[in-house]
Design a protein around this ligand. Structure first.
Ligand SMILES: Nc1ncnc2c1ncn2[C@@H]1O[C@H](COP(=O)(O)OP(=O)(O)O)[C@@H](O)[C@H]1O
Ligand SMILES: [Mg+2]
Length: 309
């Protein structure tokens, strides 16, 4: 028998209003192969709301979520069997050790295939958890136990909501190092919600940018940062900024605090830009080219719309 292969996660036209206020506005998303997918957006953008809708902890206002082809509202237990989740500040029994906590959760997952607890603790860097009670854990250890518990059902889809929040630099590096392993060695689809640009840029195969409940861009970090930045120094920068706004294919011209002019454009040719300036009698003292960073892409896309909720 041929079984149909469904995408790991399919989100269709998904919206959520809280008391008439929109937190999420008709988002669509398809994650159909293993990888690390970053869900990037500032606080209040709608990341946790999306995750709660995926887990069926909230009911959508419109749209639906399918995990491995199963509707999370209508076939909840079948859909949840493919899912592992870590939310910020996971709750555990403080008087039990990490291993004991995972055993309890494993009993709740009765009937589903569960992974070896020792292996999971070791993967999460918690070998010492066997003898320590969770109330003696550091914040970082609790976060990593949260990650281990998300992996307990051997999920195809792993949702991680800001997993490096509150960790020290070593803890951050450790957790970031685990994400590609989950995706590329273990074949899982990892959906990572984060407001940290450098994190997403470092570990994600694809980035989905969410702002004020709307997906505003998606692509690999390489694709998203395809735009070029040219920085130049010249006399009368204010009038040159006005002039550059007339130059073709320019998305954005900014006068930086250091008096350099920054020009951003997807297909900017520095030579043509220089020629345009010379033709307009601008003497360019210095001109440099660099690739746009994810942070600059994000700021450009959300410009004029900076209110954090
Ligand atoms: N239970 C709730 N009741 C009312 N508003 C909520 C609730 N949960 C989230 N919101 C609002 O929805 C928006 C998105 O929040 P959230 O999904 O938590 O954002 P993020 O995780 O990206 O920081 C925010 O404006 C937040 O205040
Ligand atoms: Mg959140």
């Amino acid at each position: 028998m041929i079984t149909k292969k469904y995408p790991v996660l399919e989100i269709e036209n998904l919206s959520k209003n809280f008391n008439g206020t929109s937190a999420l506005n008709k988002i669509n998303l398809l994650l159909d192969s293993p990888g690390v997918y970053g869900f990037l957006g500032p606080n209040g953008a709608g990341k946790t709301t999306t995750f709660k809708l995926i887990c069926a902890l909230l009911k959508p206002t419109t749209g639906r979520v399918l995990i491995d082809g199963k509707d999370v509202q209508r076939e909840t237990s079948a859909a949840m069997a493919c899912l592992g989740v870590q939310f910020d500040s996971p709750a555990f029994y403080p008087g039990l050790t990490g291993a004991e906590n995972l055993k309890v959760i494993s009993k709740w997952l009765r009937g589903s295939k569960t992974q070896n607890i020792q292996q999971l603790l070791s993967f999460a860097g918690l070998n010492e958890a066997e003898s320590k009670k969770v109330n003696e854990y550091s914040w970082g250890m609790k976060q990593r136990l949260g990650l281990a518990s998300a992996l307990l059902p051997d999920p195809k889809l792993v949702l991680l909501d800001e997993p490096t929040n509150g960790l020290d630099p070593n803890g951050i590096a450790y957790v970031r190092g685990l994400l590609p392993k989950l995706a590329h060695e273990q074949g899982r689809t990892v959906f990572l919600a984060s407001h940290r640009m450098e994190e997403v840029e470092q570990v994600c195969d694809k980035v989905i940018i969410i702002h004020e409940g709307t997906i505003i861009a998606s692509g690999s970090p390489y694709e998203l940062t395809a735009g070029k930045i040219v920085e130049l120094v010249c006399d009368n920068p204010h009038s040159v900024v006005k002039l550059l706004k007339k130059f073709d294919n320019v998305n954005d011209v900014t006068l930086l605090p250091n008096s350099k002019i920054q020009v951003i454009s997807p297909d900017l040719e520095t030579g043509k830009l220089n020629k345009f300036l010379i033709e307009n009698s601008v003497f360019v003292k210095e001109i440099n080219e660099k690739r746009e960073s994810l942070e600059s892409v994000f700021l450009r896309l959300t410009k004029g719309n900076k209110n954090e909720k």
